[in-house]
Design a protein around this ligand. Sequence first.
Ligand code: HAM
Length: 432
Amino acid sequence: MAILTNAPRGTQDVLPGQSGRWQYVEQTALDTARLFGFSEIRVPTFEHTELFNRSVGDTTDVVQKEMYTFLDKGNRSITLRPEGTAGVMRAILQNSLLSGALPVKVSYLVNCFRYEKPQAGRLREFHQFGVEMAGAASPAADAQVIALAKAVFDALGIQGLALELNSIGCPTCRADYHRALKDYFASHVEELCPTCRERLEKNPMRILDCKNPECAQLAKGAPVVLDYICDDCREHFEGLKRQLDAMGIAYQVNPTIVRGLDYYTRTVFEFVTTGIGAQGTVCGGGRYDGLIQMLGGAPTPSVGFAMGLERLLLVMDQQGCPFPEQAPCTIYIGSLGEQAGLKAAQLCAGLRAEGFWAECDTMGRSAKAQMKYADKLGAKFSCILGENELNQGVAQVKRMDNGSTAQVALEPEAFVQHLYHNTFEEIAETAL
Ligand code: HAM
C-alpha cells in the first residue's frame, strides 16, 4: 500500500547523508544567538488552539485555513504549532521569566505545521530557527535582533539576502489606516474572495496578504500603512534606521510588507532572495508590543524573528555555501570467529571512549567482505583478528591510504596510542 511507504504530502525526511548539514546549520544558529545573549528554550509541539487563535489572529490565513487542529481524547481543542512565537511567549509567562532580568532573550528550533499548498520551499511540516526578546521597547532591541539574523547568515556564508523593513504602526495609528483600507476595498468588494469580504469588517489589513490572485492584485493599489503611522512610531522607525546604519547593515524600506500574523506592531522586516523560487522569504520578524498583555501578562514590548531552515538550506545549496566535511571512520577492526569478535568489540569500545569512530563486524562476513566494507566506510585504518592474532596478542594494523602496516598489541590503550602517534595530525581531525 503506497500509504505505508509514502510520507504525507508536504513532509520531508532528513536522511543520514543530509542530517549533518542540518546539525551544522542548527548549531551555528544557536551558537550565533549565544553571542548576542540568547539561550535556547524548548516548548511543546502542540498547544491549546485558543493560544494561536488569539495571538496569530483569527482572521489570518494561518488560523482560518492552515492549522492542524483536532480534539484530543479528553475533548480539548489542540493545534500543532503553526509558528514558534505564541508557544514561546506562553512559556515565558507561565514560568514567570519576566520577573527575572530583562530583557528575556530566548532562541529556539521548532518544527511547525501549516496546511499550505506544497511547493519548493513551502511544506506542511517545516522547521524554524527563531529568537524572541521580551521586555525591551527601544529601537536598539529591534536592531540587535536584525543584526543577529544577519550574523547567522554571515556565519553560514550566505550572501546577498535583501533586508526589507517597514513599520505597521501601533493600535492608535492603525485605526486611521484601517479606515483608509476599508474605504479603498469597499469600492472593490465584488472582486474580493469570500474570506476577504468578511475581513473587510473585522481586519482589513489581512486582505493585503491574501493568497487569492484577485485579492493580491487589488492589494497592489491599496493605501500603505507607512503613510499613516503616528509620530512616536515614526521616531521609533527612524531610530531603528539609525541603529542599522551605525552597524553598517543595509536595508530597503518596503512599505508593502505587513506580515501574515496579527500580533505585529511597529517594526516588521524580512530577509528575501530571488534565488530559490517563489518562496523567497528566508526570515521574517518584527515587534509585537501587545502580545504578552493579550495573553494575560503585563504590557511587555517584544521583538523577534524566525527563519525557515528548509529555505535556508535551499539558499545555501544555490549559493554553494560550504558545509563541514563529515569525519570518516577511523578504524575498522574485522574478526573471524567468536573469540576474535569479542576482542574486536572490546577494542572498539576502548577506542570510542577516546573519541575515535571504530567499527567491527556485525554481519558475520568473510575477511574479504569485511575489508570491502571497511573500504566503503572510508576507514583510515583496518585490521583483521583471527586465531593467530589472538594467540600472539598482536594485530597488523594497516593504513588504508598507503597500505603500510604496523604491529599493535591487542589492548585498547595500545590501539589508542597507535592511532594518536602514527598520524596524529590526520587522526586528530577525526577524533571528536
Ligand atoms: P513567518 O513569516 O510566518 O513568521 O515564518 C517565518 C519563516 O518560516 C518564513 O520566513 C519562512 O522562511 C518559514 N516558513 C513559513 N511557512 C513555511 C512553510 N509552509 N514551509 C517552509 N517554510 C516556511 C513567523 O512564524 C513568526 N513567528 C516570526 C517571528 C518571531 N516574529 C516575531 N518573532
